[in-house]
Design a protein around this ligand. Structure first.
Ligand code: THU
Length: 160
């Protein structure tokens, strides 16, 4: 028997002023599209913006449904749209922002497990890391240098 340790590293920024301009722009897009989320059941609005290597910015937000599991998170709405419209482009960076009507979201809100799995598919496919930046409605921003860093021991095509 041996112990295996896996570590994840995040970089925490105190506010948007500490981030490079292209990330600030991307986060502003995420915040903007967050306001258009369809989230009447949770009242939890999430926006995601992706920068592609062809210069395109693709955004998405959460889309809920009266049949709750039929809804989709912002991150997957955005990355599936990117995959469908720009199948040969690589995703370089992703910015995510979440806000709730029931309480302030002042610390970084990470993508859920299902979204990590979905984003991982594209990171594995393109063979280059996707930088992930996530925040609440205000406050600190967390940066993960890759999706793999957020989802150790991933299930991917190597198992098939
Ligand atoms: N949600 C996202 O859009 N992204 C996440 O990573 C976590 C959760 C959405 C799904 C649902 O519409 C609402 O937030 C509450 O879970």
């Amino acid at each position: 028997m041996k112990e295996v340790q896996i570590t994840s590293t995040l970089h925490i920024f105190e506010n948007l002023n500490e981030l490079p301009n292209d990330v600030v722009f991307l986060m502003q897009k995420a915040i903007e599209v967050r306001g258009k989320a369809y989230a009447p059941y949770s009242n939890f609005n999430v926006g995601a913006a992706l920068l592609l290597d062809n210069g395109e910015v693709v955004t998405g937000n959460n889309q809920e449904n009266a049949s709750y599991p039929s809804g989709l998170c912002a991150e997957r709405t955005a990355i599936y749209y990117a995959g469908s419209q720009y199948p040969n482009a690589k995703v370089v960076k992703m910015a995510i922002s979440a806000t709730s009507k029931s309480k302030p979201t002042l610390s970084p809100i990470p993508p859920c497990g299902a979204c990590r799995q979905a984003i991982s598919e594209y990171e594995v496919k393109q063979e280059t890391p996707i930088e992930i930046y996530f925040m609440g409605e205000a406050g600190q921003i967390a940066k993960s240098a890759s999706l793999a860093n957020l989802l150790p021991f991933v299930f991917d095509k190597s198992a098939l």
